[in-house]
Design a protein around this ligand. Structure first.
Ligand code: AMP
Length: 191
């Protein structure tokens, strides 16, 4: 099985690249941001709980996020592998993911980081906000808070997998096709 983590700040293009990667490698795409937005649009208790954190650009607490992720993974046991997008975002989540996969005699094959600098990200998210209507994409303070949270809480996850020899980095600025090419080159070297 091929289990990938697509890593990078908000607005780095993870969702766009994940769409093409799932087609090429036959993986299940699991985006915790998408799962939370789905719950919110259905006004479920989980969605209501997540809403206040998302609106501020803060992380939803680990226990809630890990529980939701686990349910999704457990619901699709017969896949070729998973592509995790926007998860793990903390060390606690990374450890929980490793344990969850270990219970299934599986592990992370690699983490792929999309490198994009902060100003480029802010501009991209604002553009996306005009189309997506996402509240957290339409307020510069919230966007900058999300980037701050990424830097303080999420970047350690790169080092966590780097220590295991699993982290890889590609340039996240360029055409969608160029970036896809860099990602697939790395992924093919993991196979
Ligand atoms: P995203 O679509 O990945 O940018 O996520 C949007 C928002 O959902 C984030 O700003 C968080 O509030 C929440 N979220 C998504 N994934 C996670 C996660 N792994 N841990 C905590 N909060 C998350």
């Amino acid at each position: 099985m091929l289990n990938l983590i697509l890593f990078g700040p908000p607005g780095s293009g993870k969702g766009t690249q994940a769409e093409s990667l799932v087609k090429k490698y036959g993986l299940l795409h699991i985006s915790t941001g998408d799962l939370f937005r789905y719950e919110m649009s259905n006004d479920t208790p989980l969605g209501l709980e997540a809403k206040s954190f998302m609106a501020k650009g803060e992380l939803v607490p680990d226990s809630i996020t890990i529980g939701m992720l686990k349910n999704k993974v457990d619901a699709f046991p017969d896949v070729n592998g998973y592509i995790f997008d926007g998860f793990p975002r903390t060390i606690v989540q990374a450890e929980a993911l490793d344990n969850l996969l270990a219970e299934k005699d599986q592990s992370i094959s690699g983490l792929l980081e999309l490198k994009v600098d902060e100003e480029e990200i802010v501009q991209r998210i604002k553009k996306r906000g005009a189309v997506s209507g996402r509240a957290d994409d339409n307020d510069e303070n919230i966007i900058r808070n999300r980037i701050q949270v990424y830097q303080s809480e999420t970047t350690p996850v790169y080092d966590y997998y780097d220590k295991k020899g699993l982290s890889h980095s590609v340039e996240g600025v360029g055409s969608i096709e160029e970036i896809f090419g860099s990602l697939t080159q790395k992924i093919d070297s993991l196979l």
